[in-house]
Design a protein around this ligand. Structure first.
Ligand code: MN
Length: 726
């Protein structure tokens, strides 16, 4: 059974440890947390039979070794109190204050997240964990310490639990530790997980590693002495540590490279820890002068640190007896970071408070993003679908270091509108990590975005293609709409005043006149400006306005002056308007008088644009119509199809086929089978046994037309089917 443990000795160790790296730490807080934990966990035992208190003490001890602040260590003591004792979050808050209770609560919640659950829920769980981490990084650090101790003492758990917990550790917690730069913790977690997941393999590899250590021990010692001698000769004090690759790393290498233990070259490593960066490079020179370097194995992570801040010089040399030995040369500071990552970076303010606003907060989140991308390989059960879910967000930073979340594919346009509508409207570009990028740039996690604005700049239609967020899209549309109504207003005023002029009416006088005001009132129009917009959009004709202002006789007199031809044309237009009204939304309205342009024959589904004619409402063209592209830009309007219950639209197709009896009947049948009306048809032979058939048909929309073309193309004897626009 378990040996009696003197818990107080362990506790005193923690205080000594904390004092060594943070003399101003709040030791009373730590003591209070210990006493409270001892009280509420009293009488509880672990599976091993030991007092439960062993666990919180061990967790707090690991946190002290990470050099964390007093609140983190107190949280280590308290982390299981809410879950496993009668204590509540409220109790913790009253005794230890809101900061600690928040941490304990978050760790408790994190512990309840089960990563071995249904796949859809996993992504959500990761998100939750990430949120907890983003809120306070200490939460995950306490959780990692908790997991490490649980893994270290897992021999007492039933086998199925061992496997489940080990898998979760390997899939989730070890990668997090890695991403936070906590290399030692990561390796410890991985080794322990492998021990339970593949016990036999682990046993074999451990034995082989021990054996290797024994057989190479003497040679390595020789190398250490030789190098140390050389270094001392040049006045460099160094700490040399020999080590064998971790069992889990060996296992990974064997799996990845499909090799046996004996075929792995870089099992032996020698760490050289010196004081300064120049000494690192000097040491490298000595190593290369003493032993033959293996080509292509030198890596300078000092000049080019890894994402997780790891810095070191790596080189592999051929040592005595042909053993390959990897040298890892670094400064003491780099060494601490390599082992403890983020924890080694901890900044202390007065009173041991963590400065969360500092650069580190920024860095670790950046690293975490990177880890999210890497999840694909350790997590076999997290298939690609979920990874997509994960990758669906990007996290970027404001110049002040605040984090912002956007859907994948978002651009600086989205960012700008998230800051302020005005920033969005005036943005011309962005600086990403200091470099100028265009607005179409797709932001990546970790980017720092600074929006460049310019007074007098406005959103354009293209921006809708760049924007991913509904907020940005809505704001851009709103701007475009307002801009259009300004344009419509100008046009409307122009049209109306020309018409007034024709009847010898002065605009300014008219607008003040009683008849005019009565007309506005009868139509529920606020003022002349609103009227201009309505006329500009063609919802009211300028003539209708004038007709309401003048006596009938005067109008008739004028009408007689007009040519008969003109009135016929306007009648035709009126008819066309009546039919097409409601099928297209123009500038956000669906009751604008429109007509479909004859030059390009747009049908529902085509991308369209409105064109304000002088006095004939709005003509709808297809967006790529050459006529509209050549026209006055200021007279263009946004237009979209309004498809609900719309009548079929007329369009033309040309079918070229072999001149063969019965084929035309086949074609006609297919057209009517697809619920398409034939309004007009012309068929003629063009010799060479070929026929051209032109059909004018009534079609619902572009999709409908496409399925018709597809069906006709399949008919035997049909050579080509095309939509025609002449
Ligand atoms: Mn625990």
């Amino acid at each position: 059974m378990a040996e009696p443990v003197n818990l107080n000795i362990r506790f005193e160790d923690i205080l000594t440890e904390v004092e060594s790296y943070n003399p101003s730490a709040d030791l009373d807080l730590i003591r209070k947390a210990y006493v409270y934990s001892a009280k509420v966990h009293q009488g509880q035992t672990r599976r091993s039979g030991e007092p439960y208190l062993i666990h919180p003490i061990a967790v707090a001890h690991i946190l002290a070794k990470m050099h964390l602040d007093a609140p983190s260590i107190a949280t280590g003591f308290l982390h299981d109190t809410v879950e496993d004792t009668l204590a509540t979050v409220e109790d913790i808050k009253q005794i230890f204050g809101p900061q600690i209770s928040k941490l304990v609560d978050a760790v408790t919640k994190l512990s309840k997240i089960n990563f071995n659950t249904k796949e859809q829920r996993q992504a959500e769980n990761f998100r939750k964990m990430f949120m907890a981490m983003a809120d306070d990084i200490r939460v995950i650090l306490v959780k990692l310490a908790d997991r490490l101790h649980n893994m270290q003492t897992m021999q007492h758990m039933p086998e199925d639990k061992q496997i489940l917990i080990s898998q979760e550790t390997l899939d989730i917690y070890a990668p997090i530790a890695g991403r936070l730069g906590m290399q030692e913790l990561k390796l410890d977690l991985e080794n322990l997980a492998l021990k339970y997941l593949k016990p036999q393999l682990w046993e074999t590899l451990s034995e082989k590693a021990d054996e290797l250590q024994k057989t190479t021990g003497k040679s390595i010692e020789e190398m250490k002495l030789k190098l140390n001698e050389k270094l001392l000769e040049y006045g460099i004090k160094a700490d040399l540590q020999a080590r064998i690759k971790h069992v889990y790393s060996i296992f990974r290498k064997m799996e990845e490279q499909h090799v046996e233990f004996e075929q792995i070259y870089d099992l032996l490593a020698l760490r050289v820890i010196v004081n300064t960066i120049p000494q690192c490079y000097e040491t490298l020179g000595f190593v290369h002068s003493l032993w033959k370097p293996v080509p292509g194995r030198f890596k300078d992570y000092i000049g080019m640190p890894k994402m997780n801040n790891y810095q070191s010089l790596h080189t592999t040399v051929i040592g005595p007896k042909g053993y390959r030995v990897e040298f890892q040369i670094r400064t003491k500071e780099m060494h601490e970071i390599a082992d403890w990552g983020i924890a080694a970076h901890w900044n202390y303010k007065e009173g041991g408070e963590i400065n969360l606003k500092d650069e580190m907060k920024f860095r670790w989140i950046r690293q975490f993003m990177e880890w999210q991308k890497d999840l694909s390989d350790p997590a076999e059960y997290l298939d690609t679908v979920k990874l997509d879910l994960f990758a669906s967000d990007v996290y970027v930073f404001t110049p002040k270091g605040d984090i912002r979340e956007f859907p994948a594919g978002s651009t600086p346009v989205d960012f700008a509108y998230s800051v302020h509508t005005e920033v969005g409207n005036k943005c011309v570009g962005a600086r990403v990590n200091g470099k100028l990028v265009p607005l179409r740039y797709r932001m990546k996690s970790g980017d720092t975005i600074e929006i460049v604005t310019q007074e007098g700049h406005h959103p354009s239609r293209d921006w809708l293609k760049y924007a991913q967020t509904s907020r940005a899209k809505a704001k851009i549309r709103q701007y475009l709409r307002e801009e259009q109504s300004t344009r419509a207003s100008k046009l409307g005023q122009d049209l109306l005043e020309k018409e007034l002029d024709r009847y010898g009416l002065s605009p300014s006088k008219t607008y003040k006149g009683e008849a005019f005001l009565a007309f506005l009132k009868s139509r529920h129009i606020r003022d002349e400006h609103q009227l201009f917009v309505l006329v500009g959009y063609g919802k009211l004709s300028s003539h209708q306005v004038v007709a309401a202002l003048l006596p009938k006789e005067q109008l008739e007199e004028m009408a007689q002056k007009e040519t008969v031809k003109e009135s016929t044309i306007s009648r035709i237009f009126k008819k066309a308007f009546e039919r097409s009204r409601g099928r297209v939304r123009v500038g956000g309205f669906d009751d604008v008088m429109i007509s479909l342009a004859k030059c390009c024959n747009p049908i529902p589904g085509d991308s369209i644009v409105g064109f304000i004619t002088r006095g004939r409402g709005v003509t709808i063209h297809s967006s790529d119509c050459s006529k509209v592209l050549a026209s006055d830009k200021t007279r263009r309007l946004d237009a979209t199809w309004n498809l609900k219950g719309a009548d079929p639209t007329s369009t033309k197709i040309r079918v070229i086929c072999i001149d063969k009896p019965g084929l035309l009947a086949d074609i006609s049948r297919i057209i009517s089978d697809l619920d398409v009306n034939i309004n007009q048809a012309s068929c003629r032979s063009i010799g060479d046994q070929k026929m051209v058939n032109n059909f004018e048909i009534g079609i619902r929309d572009l999709k409908h037309l496409q399925s018709l073309i597809k069906a006709l193309s399949k008919v035997k004897g049909v050579i080509s089917v095309d939509r025609t626009r002449d």
